[in-house]
Design a protein around this ligand. Structure first.
Ligand code: H2B
Ligand code: FE
Length: 289
C-alpha cells in the first residue's frame, strides 16, 4: 500500500473516528440518556463540515453543561497550585477560566495562535491515531466540542471539551511544550503503522501523562493528569514509579480503563524535552531524503 505523506493540514482527514458512535455503549455515563446522545451527536457532527481555517462555531451551552464544567473546574483548581507545573499555572492565569462560562473553541484557538501558533480543529470524537498525530506536525490540535455527561462531572471515558480545555489548551500556549508536541507529529508523518503505535505511547507518556521536575518536586503537565482530580492525587500520594523519558525505548503498555498510571515519565524541563524529541523525530525526518 502506498501512503501519501501529508504536506499541509488540508491533507488530513478529521473523519476517521475510532471512539464511541452516536449510540455510545453501556459503559458510557450517557448511554441511557437519549437527549444527551442527540446533543452529543449534533455537536460532534458540526466538526465534519469545518475546513481548516474556518471559524469554529460558537455553542450556547445548556445549564447542565455549564454546571458540569463548573464542578470539574472548581474541583481541579484545588490541586493546581500544589500539583501542576508553573507553565500550566501561568497559562491558567492568562486564560482566566470562569466557572459560569464554558470557553469557546474559537476563543482558545485565537489565544494559541497568538502564543505558540497552534490551531484548534474540531473533531467528532477519538480520531484515528495517525491522523491525530499528523495534525500535530502542522501545529493543529484536534479537539472535541461536546461535554461529558452531567451525572459524572469528574469522569469521562472519551475525550470531551473539559479534558481538552483544561488538560490540553493551557500547556499548548507554551512554546517549548508546543515544539515538543510538534516533534511527535513530525515523526508520525514518516512512521510505519507499527511506529504509529510506538508514537501513540510516547504521546501517552508525555502529552497525556507526563510530569516535570520543578525545584525537586514532581509536577504534572500531562492532560490526563491535569484534568483528573484522582490522577493528580494519585501521582503525588499513590507512590507510583517515576523514570526519565526515553522515546527510543520500548514503552510500557497503556492502561486506559484500570485505574491510574503505575509509572510516570519525568522531564527536567520543556526546553530539554523539546530537544530530546527533536533528536528523536530527526531519525524519522532523515527518511525524507
Ligand atoms: N483524538 C482526540 N479527539 N483526542 C485525543 O486526545 C486523541 C485522539 N488522542 N486520537 C490520540 C488519538 C492518542 O490516543 C494517540 C496519538 O493515538
Ligand atoms: Fe487528551
Amino acid at each position: 500500500e502506498v501512503r501519501v505523506i501529508p504536506t499541509s493540514i488540508h491533507d488530513i482527514d478529521n473523519g476517521k473516528i475510532l471512539g464511541f458512535d452516536h449510540n455510545l455503549s453501556e459503559d458510557h455515563p450517557g448511554f441511557k440518556d437519549e437527549d444527551y446522545k442527540q446533543r452529543r451527536s449534533w455537536i460532534a457532527g458540526l466538526a465534519r463540515d469545518i475546513l481548516p481555517g474556518d471559524e469554529i462555531p460558537r455553542l450556547e451551552y445548556r445549564p447542565e453543561e455549564v454546571e458540569t464544567w463548573a464542578k470539574a473546574l472548581e474541583e481541579l483548581e484545588q490541586l493546581f497550585p500544589t500539583h501542576a507545573c508553573k507553565e500550566f499555572l501561568d497559562a491558567i492565569d492568562k486564560l482566566d477560566f470562569r466557572p459560569d462560562v464554558v470557553p469557546q473553541l474559537q476563543d482558545v484557538h485565537q489565544v494559541l495562535q497568538e502564543t505558540s501558533g497552534f490551531a484548534i480543529r474540531p473533531v467528532a470524537g477519538l480520531l484515528h491515531p495517525r491522523d491525530f498525530l499528523n495534525g500535530l506536525a502542522f501545529k493543529t490540535f484536534h479537539s472535541t466540542q461536546y461535554m461529558r455527561h452531567w451525572s459524572q462531572p469528574h469522569y469521562t471515558p472519551e475525550p470531551d471539551l473539559i479534558h481538552e480545555i483544561i488538560g490540553h489548551i493551557p500547556m499548548l500556549t507554551n512554546k517549548y511544550y508546543a515544539d515538543m508536541v510538534q516533534q511527535i507529529g513530525l515523526a508520525s508523518l514518516y512512521a510505519t503503522d507499527k511506529e504509529i503505535w510506538h508514537l501513540t505511547k510516547v504521546y501517552w507518556y508525555t502529552v497525556e501523562f507526563g510530569v516535570v521536575m520543578e525545584d525537586e518536586e514532581i509536577k504534572a503537565f500531562g492532560a490526563g493528569v491535569l484534568s483528573s482530580y484522582g490522577e493528580l492525587d494519585h501521582m503525588r500520594t499513590g507512590n507510583p514509579e517515576f523514570a526519565p523519558l526515553d522515546p527510543w525505548a520500548k514503552q510500557p503498555k497503556m492502561s486506559y480503563k484500570d485505574g491510574f498510571q503505575k509509572k510516570y515519565f519525568v522531564l527536567n524541563s520543556f526546553e530539554e524535552g523539546s530537544e530530546l524529541l527533536r533528536e528523536y523525530s530527526q531519525t524519522f525526518l532523515d527518511r525524507k531524503q
